[in-house]
Design a protein around this ligand. Structure first.
Ligand code: SF4
Length: 262
């Protein structure tokens, strides 16, 4: 099901009661996995269940999740847990991602407290499947310096750094508050007005650097990585991971704004 098809099945009241404030952006968010149908108070439980079934049936992400689950079934979690910075409990991996703990069973079933999107499932399964190992280097590099990063550097800037810069520019305090909640810590040892250290995954720490607009200089965001990051995720998945962080901040800010407004 695509966003238009879902939109046609929504109440189309544009009542503004969901975080996206209108039916079309709501449909888009649901299809992208950033919102839940239950966030529209105008849908009945029966309608939600019927729509969920229709979305799932045609969802390429669910197909990818099923494929990745199959791939990780052959991996011995005890062999890889330490390498990827996970804990092992009762045969399951426990992985911390942006301040939250996720439990992954040997069959690839993922559980956590609260809402979970297909995006996070795909990332975690990719992270496990990569079977990275080795200590962090403590050496920070740009995205372009990671393996295959040069080819995708412009996508990284467009889809990750630019949207994050806009969030900082629009709502600096709010963005910092969300970063703090995700476990980010302020750093003073980088040449930027604002520098934040955050573990996106146990072996993928990042430093987020922000320079606010100053006189003739435009504001800027730069995200740098430990030089070993490409051992734990490929360049494309790293974009996917950071995009998820930005989306997470954006959704949290719009929810807070909605709550303050209502
Ligand atoms: S709450 Fe439901 S009906 Fe209202 S704008 Fe959002 S999607 Fe549309």
């Amino acid at each position: 099901m695509n966003p238009i098809e879902l939109y046609k099945k929504l109440p189309k009241k544009n009542c503004g009661k969901c975080p996206q404030k209108a039916c079309m952006p709501f449909a888009l968010s649901v299809i992208k996995g950033d919102a839940e149908l239950s966030e529209c108070p105008c849908l009945t439980e029966k309608e939600i269940e019927a729509l969920k079934g229709a979305i799932k049936k045609s969802d390429w992400r669910e197909e990818l999740i099923a494929k990745l689950r199959d791939e990780i079934k052959g991996i011995d979690f005890a062999d890889i847990a330490e390498g990827i910075g996970a804990d092992l409990k009762d045969g399951a991996l426990i992985i911390k991602c942006m301040g939250r703990e996720f439990v992954i069973s040997p069959e690839g079933e993922i559980t956590t407290r609260g809402h979970m999107t297909p995006w996070i499932k795909i990332l975690l399964l990719h992270y496990i499947r990569t079977e990275g190992k080795g200590p962090l280097s403590g050496k920070w590099v740009s995205y372009a310096e990671l393996k295959a990063g040069m080819i995708k550097a412009s996508s990284f800037q467009r889809d990750c750094e630019e949207p994050l810069r806009e969030l900082f520019d629009k709502n600096f305090e709010g963005t910092i508050t969300v970063l703090n909640r995700l476990g980010a810590e302020r750093r003073e040892d980088f040449p930027a007005k604002q520098a934040w250290h955050l573990f996106l995954l146990p072996k993928i720490p990042v430093i987020i650097l922000y320079w606010p607009k100053e006189e003739e200089f435009e504001s800027k965001v730069k995200i740098i990585f430990d030089s070993t990051s490409d051992r734990f995720l490929d360049a494309e998945s790293i974009i996917f991971l950071v995009e998820g962080l930005v989306k997470n901040i954006e959704i949290t800010l719009s929810r807070v704004a909605g709550a303050n407004f209502s």
